[in-house]
Write a protein that binds this ligand. Sequence first.
Ligand code: E4P
Length: 218
Amino acid sequence: MKFFIDTANLAQIKEAQDLGVLDGVTTNPSLMAKEGISGEENVLNHYKAICEIVDGDVSAEVISTDFEGMVREGEALAALDEKIVVKIPMVKDGVKALKYFSDKGIKTNCTLIFSAGQALLAAKAGATYVSPFIGRLDDISTDGLGLIESIRVIFDNYGFDTEILAASVRHPMHIIECAQIGADVMTGPLSAIEALLKHPLTDIGLAKFLADHAKANS
Ligand code: E4P
């Protein structure tokens, strides 16, 4: 399973990249705003800065919701770097834009997926990735991981190349369960990725090894 980090924070992207397990980055307008990035030129420069750090796909989201606007913005984003994946919301014009970019060989990530039907439609339109938001479904007492399972079955039934990018990941168990189900990619915060390495028995075991070594060598 590929690991993407879900942030526009350059320091966190660098930290995840330095860990050696990072396969890409996802951003969204809220994450860009959180970093105080505004204005077209600053936004484009920030995406370029992200592409310089990471060795993999970088999802950059369009703001337009009409076909012409999405095409205009998406082409400008894709021209920045070959790592850029144009992120498009699941709306009617978005489906048309997915098909347009797919025909041009430009990678896409269809975002705000909350049902298997939406994922199927995006795959039919040639999306490179679909992003089901599992955390936000869990937040409203709905089964986020169940949606990943349904999409996995559908894509496998028909051999769709579209990758399932489990998004809105909140904690390490989301990552582990997505891996068990067979999501192709997960995107989450650095905290969820780093939480994978923690276990109290590891800490206790290491402390004992070091104490025994110190005693034997004193
Ligand atoms: C996906 O690409 C989104 O950026 C993201 O995963 C949303 O996560 P959130 O629900 O934690 O905002």
